[in-house]
Design a protein around this ligand. Structure first.
Ligand code: ZN
Ligand code: ZN
Length: 422
């Protein structure tokens, strides 16, 4: 028995379950839930896992669900899906588009949409879990399927870790996760080493002294101070980070003042920082503090600036040996549809789970865009303009071959560890 024939045997059940998976996907897409509110999704997940024979633990870190299936001696593989949706008003026009609204953490009513494709992740992992449970004669070892809340706000994985995840999963040897991306559907992309960036958001409050707009001599103008900071921050990446090291620093918002003839007393800036290496990350964050503090001093600000960190994501760095093993199994199964994934500028909190469990991991991407549509956009040089990306109100993965590809990728990756070698 090898991975290829075990995968063929397990996936022979896909034809029977495909319709059910598609119905489940459309249901999840129509019923998206915000981060930390994934209660009905979690209930659906738990019910299905129980009926497939998994030992299920619910409410791990809020709405997290863990299913464990032991099947003789062998390594244990953890497969992870995230469950949350986004405060986005869906504009795809799909017959199964979401019309849901919900109340966010601040008490505001917001539209909700699966704009990041986490419904693809849930549907494919449930399908893979069902197929593997139904063909236990094809593999040996342990299978842990993990459904995580609140990826979009960066603390769902950590919440599960801090709420006894290690006990719920038992021994694990390797961890996998996947994400649907704006690539042609049917494609599976792996990458060794850095694959996703670390993300940090920073809220900076700088203080000035308010006065009449006609009497600047009485003021310390926070608008000018904040403007200096924005300009000076442009040099952090361009002058302090090596050109071979990717990094992004964006000032996403800046708020100051109320009226043209009033000089306010403060400005608030919100920054987003992406890096792929912990040393670069620490250097950039320290440089930001240094620049802001010095600019406040240069402007004679009456009090020191305040820094608040939020929405922080770890780096995602794929283990070389694990990635090589999974990539080889993907090449064997998918042929030319298995590609090398380009470095992604997005971030994820998945790595918090294998890091806490002390196990290697690999994280891959699957395409979700209609291949013909993608080809047409690529031929016209209009991929950036014409292909909606994750978090867009128009992000609409095609159901097939996206769902089959995602399911097959999970099964093949799991079997690359669990199929008994010939
Ligand atoms: Zn997202
Ligand atoms: Zn996502």
């Amino acid at each position: 028995m090898d991975v290829r024939s075990a995968a063929a045997a397990v996936l022979s059940g896909l034809g029977r379950t495909r319709e059910d998976m598609e119905d489940l996907y459309r249901h999840l897409h129509q019923h998206p839930e915000l981060s930390h509110q994934e209660t009905t999704t979690a209930a659906t997940v738990a019910e299905r896992l129980r009926s497939d024979g998994y030992e299920v633990t619910t409410a791990v870190g809020g709405t997290g669900v863990v299913g464990v299936l032991r099947n003789g001696d062998g390594p244990t593989v953890l497969l992870r899906a995230d469950m949350d949706a986004l405060p986005v008003r869906e504009e795809t026009g799909l017959p199964y588009a979401s019309t849901v609204t919900a109340t966010d953490g601040e008490g505001t009513a917001v539209p909700v949409m699966h704009a990041c494709g986490h419904d693809v992740h849930v549907a494919t992992l449930l399908c893979a879990a069902g197929l593997l449970a139904a063909s236990r004669e094809q593999w040996r070892g342990g299978l842990v399927v993990l459904f995580q809340p609140a990826e979009e706000v960066g603390d769902g994985a950590r919440g599960m870790v801090e709420d006894g995840l290690a006990e719920a999963v038992g021994t694990v040897d390797v961890a996998f996760a996947q994400h649907v991306l704006p690539l042609p559907a049917g494609i599976v992309g792996t990458r060794t080493g850095a694959v996703l960036s670390a993300a940090d958001s920073m809220r900076i409050t700088v203080h000035g002294r308010g006065a009449h707009g006609s009497m600047p001599q009485a003021a310390v103008d926070p608008v000018v101070l904040a403007s200096m900071i924005v300009v000076r921050l442009q040099t952090v990446i361009s002058r302090e980070v090596a050109p071979t090291e990717p990094a992004v620093l964006t000032v996403g918002s800046i708020h100051a003042g109320t009226k043209s003839n009033v000089i306010g007393d403060r400005a608030v800036l919100e920054l987003n920082i992406r890096t792929y290496d912990e040393q670069t990350r620490a250097g950039v964050l320290a440089a930001i503090r240094r620049v802001v503090t010095a600019e406040c001093e240069a402007s004679a600000a009456p009090t020191a600036p305040e820094f608040e960190m939020f929405d922080r994501f770890p780096t995602t760095t794929n283990d070389a040996a694990t990635t090589a093993k999974v990539a080889a199994a993907f090449r064997d199964h998918f042929g030319e549809r298995a590609i090398e994934l380009p470095l992604q500028s997005a971030s994820e909190d998945f790595s918090d789970i294998p890091t806490a469990l002390g196990v290697p991991y690999t994280y891959w991407g699957i395409g979700g865009i209609d291949p013909d549509r993608y080809r047409a956009a690529a031929a016209a040089g209009r991929v950036a303009e014409d292909i909606p990306v994750n978090h867009s109100p128009f992000f609409a993965p095609v159901i097939e071959p996206t769902l089959s590809t995602g399911t097959e990728a999970l099964v093949v990756a799991a079997l690359s560890y669990l199929a008994p070698s010939a």
